[in-house]
Design a protein around this ligand. Sequence first.
Ligand SMILES: NC(=O)c1ccc[n+]([C@@H]2O[C@H](COP(=O)([O-])OP(=O)(O)OC[C@H]3O[C@@H](n4cnc5c(N)ncnc54)[C@H](O)[C@@H]3O)[C@@H](O)[C@H]2O)c1
Length: 287
Amino acid sequence: MHLNKKFPGKRVVITGAGSGLGRALALEFAKRNWNIAIAEINNERARETAEMVKQEGGKPLVVHCDVTKPEDLDNVLKKVLKEWHGVDILINNAGVASAGWFEKIPLEKWDWIIGLNTNSIIHGCRSFIPYFKERKSGYIVNVASNAGIASLPEMASYNATKAAAISLTETLRIELSASNIGVSVVCPTFFKTNLMDQFSSPDERQRQLADTFFGNAKVTSEKVAHHTIKSIEKNRFYIITQKDGRNMWRMKRWTPELYFKIFGLIYKTGFFDRHLVKLLKVLNVVG
Ligand SMILES: NC(=O)c1ccc[n+]([C@@H]2O[C@H](COP(=O)([O-])OP(=O)(O)OC[C@H]3O[C@@H](n4cnc5c(N)ncnc54)[C@H](O)[C@@H]3O)[C@@H](O)[C@H]2O)c1
């Protein structure tokens, strides 16, 4: 069903909407004349998004929010209820990226990324679910990553936070169906954003690899945002936005033993490093 028919109130909250996918989602909703709460830690970026939202025909509301703080998500709900007298969609999008050989990832970096990528989603859901349940209406979109499915090497901490995001969203899909609340999880592969700004890795190697992936990605955040909104309209649960991600997902589900054998072999032989860009081209990730 068309999004504006499904939610005539047209009110969405997007965390991390100051950049990348969050901003692109805000602009997609703006084109549909929605009220958009930009729940963002970076005030300057939030203001930039708000200006862009206005130009596209949307109505922005900037709410300073650090998704690692549960009280900030409570405050976002309070603010939008005061301003809009209701809310229809929550998108838990804010997140960061990390990489590194498992044994080299400092414990404090585990805490950092779990706080930002997993606890952030828990906080958003905890704040908004009681309100959606009371109304017997609403939609929650959690932004995970294909990393939570593919489990590629040297990315344990990022993979684990995104796998947790997928698992908790799967649970909510069933649990909240009884209350007429829609739930989806977005699992993109690489696309160009500012995600490298806060990227953390103990070795330079992983930063260079990540730079190659992000730098050469041919998919844009606008494309991922458009695909996401179209999928919400269809009430799709797994929103796997790119072809390479869908291929990996199918391969792992249908032939899990083979999946780990092939990726293990690619990694062990160093093929991955030597032919990275060629491999990405074959997988249709880069242009
Ligand atoms: N870019 C990719 O290739 C890719 C792939 C898969 C998944 N993702 C996921 O997409 C989501 C959005 O990432 P992006 O690529 O657009 O990155 P981005 O860095 O461009 O945007 C992230 C936004 O989140 C904000 N943010 C950071 N910490 C915050 C906090 N504590 N509280 C509130 N806001 C905070 C940042 O200021 C920024 O505006 C993330 O969850 C990321 O893991 C990205």
